[in-house]
Design a protein around this ligand. Structure first.
Ligand SMILES: Nc1nc2c(ncn2[C@@H]2O[C@H](COP(=O)(O)OP(=O)(O)OP(=O)(O)O)[C@@H](O)[C@H]2O)c(=O)[nH]1
Ligand SMILES: [Mg+2]
Ligand SMILES: [Zn+2]
Length: 391
């Protein structure tokens, strides 16, 4: 029998569950005679869910009403969500009635464009939810951003992952894999590069093959938390899980002359329950990384740049200097003499432009939709959706 606490149940959720029941019973007569229980979503493919509770893992069936009620994809359960079940009429089935509020979430814009949701065009209940924010997984404590120390290593990509994780209210930890393929000089170099972008983010140098650094993971693995591994395909996420478990549970790519030639091996998110309590979620390598979220994530990722700019701009000739073409700009000067990293500044500017562009686009769409549908378009959905370059 699974103890809910070992799969992440805590006070935050139990309080909400009480509130949920109360509200439901007040809301509709229908609920008054109902029995409620909770479960955590372990997998999701379209409308097919698997959930786990004290009785073990089982299929999770959405109440039809729920599908009707939601207006955006992100309102549907995602892996890691805690869902409330109610007992169906005239059967012993338990149905998913709703989601408890997420403590954190990892999300991105679903492939395609964040086209406006228009219920009038709905083909069916699922596709009506279109391509907005896609919650990859919910209620995560720690996100391991995995990158190999060799070919995959890319600071710009790491910045994007960091933004995504911060945005979702999750703590990032960077895992640098395949240490066995690098010389100590190369590793030092990588760490040096990393320190220019990931200030204050813990990182660990590992090798799943020869065991280097694996003991550093114990502090996370023994803390009864929900963790997720994200990163490009082939960086060794599944191999790492096998190394942690001590047996080959996950399928990994067999590469004879492994360089970084990984192709997608993991095809869907998979939740692994750790013996000591806690959960680790394996994800397929992300081919595209489009962030949703506010500038907040960006601010965290580029906090050091922002601080520097703020300090420097004290010396700009104009108080409202935009650091573009103004004369006497201290930021421009710092870039010229190398005091401020040009690459980092460019990368920050690029992401910022993308956010601004998306904000504008979303506003225009919102206006269009509200006049078309005669009602307010959903604000949350498109909010600050950023479409980022694909790697
Ligand atoms: N030398 C070396 N190879 C590794 C290490 N970790 C993983 N690999 C190899 O890298 C390849 C890809 O590993 P996977 O674990 O399948 O990568 P993944 O990140 O799960 O990839 P996707 O499932 O496609 O997202 C495999 O051939 C692994 O054997 C490591 O620490 N050192
Ligand atoms: Mg994998
Ligand atoms: Zn300036």
């Amino acid at each position: 029998m699974t103890n809910l606490r070992t799969i992440g149940w805590n006070h935050y959720f139990s309080q909400q569950f009480e509130f949920y029941k109360e509200q439901r019973c007040k809301e509709k007569k229908y609920y008054e005679s109902k029995e409620f229980s909770v479960a955590r979503v372990t997998s999701q493919q379209k409308n097919y869910y698997k959930i786990i509770n004290e009785q073990g893992e089982q299929p999770g069936i959405l109440r039809k009403v729920l599908l009707h009620d939601v207006s955006e994809r992100s309102d549907l359960p995602a892996v890691g969500d805690w869902v409330v079940l109610i007992k169906a009429e005239n059967s012993n089935d338990w149905l998913i009635d709703g989601i408890l509020e997420r403590k954190s979430k990892l999300s991105r814009i679903a492939a395609g464009t964040p086209g406006a949701f228009n219920p009038l065009n709905a083909k069916n209940q699922y596709s009506k939810l279109g391509k907005g924010e896609q919650v990859l997984c919910a209620n995560i404590d720690t996100a391991f951003i995995v990158t190999s120390l060799n070919q995959d290593f890319n600071l710009r990509r790491l910045e994007r992952y960091l933004s995504m994780v911060w945005d979702g209210g999750i703590i990032p930890v960077i895992l640098l894999t395949k240490a066995d393929l690098c010389t100590s000089g190369e590793i030092e170099e990588r760490i040096q590069e990393l320190s220019t972008i990931a200030y204050g983010v813990p990182y660990h140098v590992l090798s799943s093959i020869d065991g280097t650094g694996m003991e550093q993971l114990d502090e996370y693995l023994n803390a009864n938390q929900t963790m997720v591994l994200i990163g490009s395909s082939g960086v060794g996420k599944s191999t790492l899980i096998n190394a942690i478990l001590g047996y080959d549970k996950m399928r990994v790519k067999q590469i004879t002359n492994y360089k970084d030639k990984g192709q997608h091996t993991t095809t869907h998110k998979e939740m692994i329950l750790l013996e000591q309590g806690g959960i680790i979620i394996d994800t397929p390598g992300m081919r595209e990384l489009r962030l949703t979220g506010e500038e907040g994530g960006l601010k965290n990722t580029f906090g050091d740049v922002l601080e520097e700019i703020e300090a420097l701009s004290q010396n700009c000739k104009f108080r409202d200097c935009q650091h573009e073409a103004e004369p006497g700009c201290a930021v421009k000067k710092a870039l010229e003499n190398g005091e401020l990293s040009q690459e980092r500044w460019d990368s920050y500017q690029k992401l910022l432009r993308e956010i601004k562009f998306q904000e504008k686009k979303i506003k225009t769409e919102a206006v269009k939709n509200s006049s078309k549908n005669g009602k307010k378009s959903n604000k949350r959905r498109g909010k600050n959706a950023i479409k980022l370059d694909e790697y």
